[in-house]
Design a protein around this ligand. Structure first.
Ligand code: NAD
Ligand code: TYD
Length: 338
């Protein structure tokens, strides 16, 4: 079995590659990534030493390139993690989100159709459902919740999901889609809440909390997400959407305070800043379908996951430093990696 993992040099994609090597050491893995600011081959170092893992630098929105890669590699399965993934960047510059997340997904769907790929899995997000009010804690997103994205990022992910479903209905392409809540864990780029707060706290700098920090996210440890995708590839129904959530709802302010407490830093570092435009209030997932059909459950509690995550960042300070000082990105350009 051969898997093409697009966006495999990003946060969730590279954790997925490690989970694959652990659970299915015999599989052939091809990681394809454009190495944007968010892609980092340093994260994949030990994986790339394995004879059954290969890296190709490529752009999912480049039709000729993707056609050549799929023609040459002939993967059985394509798992699409490649995306522009940060809401704040999508507010400043939406165009690249449409190019990669929408056009890139369409290019991949076309090439998978032409070459008869056995499964195309789209890694999506709970953000496609929009948000929930703060005063209705009983509400949670199911797979039937209507799509109502709020940001250019979530709108581009929703468009990609709809294309996947259209390719299933129209051409019979065997797609699956997973919509997951907020991930955290090792190798997450320090623009997202948890690694950014760790980085700033380590440097004794102010921790920027949007608005009053009352927005709620459901946090899932990244390897639990990767395990869920693995199960969907094994036993998921083609055409099906699976919601993945961690029963880990927290207000942002409580997440930030937990990071500070674990690092033994004072809460006076918290700095309330201007709110994000269109800021989604609350996300919550009902993962009943994946639990019932595939027997998946989150294994890592938020407290345990946060402890492991902070320890990983403390043990891998050079990984963070290479991102902050730009030396990793410089090397990519100098060596024309891939
Ligand atoms: P990330 O930003 O860390 O990684 C994205 C990767 O895609 C990077 O390696 C980047 O170089 C690559 N990439 C970007 N444009 C590309 C292109 N045109 N061609 C090829 N590669 C390209 O993102 P992440 O947090 O690992 O998210 C992975 C996927 O999971 C995304 O599709 C995201 O929407 C989804 N998701 C993320 C979360 C989360 O909390 N991070 C939650 C649910 C779903
Ligand atoms: P983020 O990690 O960007 O994920 P998403 O927007 O996809 O949920 O943000 C998580 C939450 O943290 C979100 O409510 C915005 C908030 N946030 C801050 O308060 N300060 C920050 O510096 C960042 C990056 C996020």
């Amino acid at each position: 079995m051969k898997l093409l993992v697009t966006g495999g040099a990003g946060f969730i994609g590279n954790n997925f590659i490690y989970v694959q090597l652990d659970r299915h050491p015999e599989r052939e893995l091809v990681c394809l990534d454009k190495l944007t600011y968010a892609g980092n081959l340093e994260s994949l170092g030990p994986a790339l030493e394995r004879p059954n893992v290969k890296f190709i630098r490529g752009d999912i929105a480049d039709r000729e390139e993707m056609d050549a890669v799929i023609a040459q590699e002939r993967p059985d399965v394509v798992v699409n993690f490649a995306a522009e993934s940060h809401v704040d960047r999508s507010i400043t510059d939406p165009a690249v989100f449409l190019r990669t997340n929408v056009m890139g997904t369409q290019v991949l769907l076309d090439t998978c159709r032409i070459y008869g790929v056995q499964r195309f899995h789209q890694v999506s997000t709970d953000e496609v459902y929009g948000d929930l009010p703060l005063d209705r804690p009983e509400l949670a997103f199911t797979e039937d919740t209507p799509l109502a994205p709020s940001s250019p990022y979530s709108a581009s992910k929703a468009a990609a999901d709809l294309l996947c479903q259209a390719y299933h209905r129209t051409y019979g392409l065997p797609i699956t889609i997973s919509r997951c809540s907020n991930n955290y864990g090792p190798y997450q780029f320090p623009e997202k809440l948890i690694p950014l707060m760790i980085l700033e706290a380590l440097g004794d700098r102010p921790l920027p909390v949007y608005g009053q920090g009352l927005n709620v996210r459901d946090w899932l440890y990244v390897t639990d997400h990767c395990r869920a995708i693995d199960l969907i590839l094994e036993a998921g129904q083609p055409g099906q959407v699976y919601n993945i959530g961690g029963y880990g709802e927290r207000r942002n302010i409580d997440v930030v305070k937990a990071v500070l407490a674990q690092l033994d830093k004072p809460e006076s570092l918290i700095s309330f800043v201007e709110d994000r435009k269109g800021h989604d209030l609350r996300y919550a997932i009902d993962p009943a379908l994946i639990q019932r059909e595939l027997g998946w459950r989150p294994e890592t509690s938020f407290d345990e996951g946060l402890k492991k995550t902070i320890q990983w960042y403390l043990d891998n300070r050079s990984w963070l430093e290479h991102i902050v000082d730009g030396s990793w990105q410089d090397r990519v350009e100098r060596d024309r990696i891939g």
